[in-house]
Design a protein around this ligand. Structure first.
Ligand code: ATP
Length: 238
């Protein structure tokens, strides 16, 4: 059963790529207003989980509910309309479009004016404001990550899915990005992030889930998981 305050509910989710079962019956819930983190090694199924929530992959079995409404089986556009936006791993920005054009595309499902959201994104990421007319492909890795997150925010999500925001970035920039993720959350957006940097993920999130080869092996308050011996040994190098 999905409890009170739950924004995203996942029950017994199974996803396969041909013969490879990437998610083997995963159940978890994300509460409205929180930052939740999924940690796990390469190949654990973290990206698969986000891609399934976004409607990019169809599950073989299980249920996904958002705000109490079932969304598994919906097309990606309908899931964006419902209030879930995804900043994918590898950023996937449009290299030949400018920063501004990339951001505008994030609002493509919306008929209303998005000027206020553009302002909000540029306030969160002043670096993007300075580079508004620069092509996406010429941005640094960190700037591209900012653009990917900014573009997802332009869809006015209630739930923001972030896939490996720290990937390939210098430590200082990683801290900066996570600081902005906290700010986005403070401004009212629920965040579900996937992250290999378990230490940072557990410091940032309120609740956390550990995924191992397609199965959820631990879940709970992030602060408790950070003290768990298994987590310390396997993910925090202690
Ligand atoms: P990483 O941190 O390396 O991105 P991950 O936890 O996000 O890992 P996934 O990318 O979800 O893991 O992959 C889970 C499993 O599914 C892996 O065994 C992977 O090889 C497999 N897989 C992922 N995408 C595909 C695909 N398109 N076709 C076949 N197998 C896939």
């Amino acid at each position: 059963m999905i409890g009170e305050g739950v924004l995203l509910g996942i029950e017994e989710l199974r996803v396969s790529y041909g013969a490879v079962e990437a998610l083997k019956g995963v159940s978890l819930s994300v509460r409205a207003g929180e930052i939740a983190a999924i940690v796990g090694a390469n190949g654990a199924g973290k990206s698969t989980l986000l891609r399934t929530i976004s409607g990019l992959i169809r599950p073989v079995a299980g249920r996904i509910t958002f705000g109490g409404t079932r969304i598994d089986g919906s097309v990606p556009e309908a899931i964006v309309d419902a209030g879930i936006c995804h900043a994918p791993e590898g950023r996937r920005i449009f290299a030949n479009l400018t920063v501004r054009e990339n951001l505008e595309l994030g609002a493509y499902r919306r008929a209303d004016r998005f000027g206020a959201d553009l302002e909000r994104v540029l306030n969160l990421f002043p670096r993007l404001r300075e580079r508004l007319h620069q092509r996406g492909g010429t941005l640094s890795g960190g700037e591209q990550q900012m653009l990917a997150i900014g573009r997802a925010l332009m869809g006015q999500p209630q739930l923001l899915l972030l896939d490996e925001p720290s990937l390939g970035l210098a430590p200082k920039l990683v801290l900066q990005i996570f600081e902005i993720v906290r700010e986005i959350n403070k401004q009212g957006t629920t965040v579900l992030l996937v992250e290999q940097n378990a230490r940072l993920a557990l410091e940032t999130a309120r609740s956390a889930f550990v995924l191992e080869v397609g199965k959820l092996v631990l879940s709970g308050p992030a602060a408790d998981l950070a003290k768990d011996d298994r987590v310390k040994k396997a993910y925090l190098g202690e």
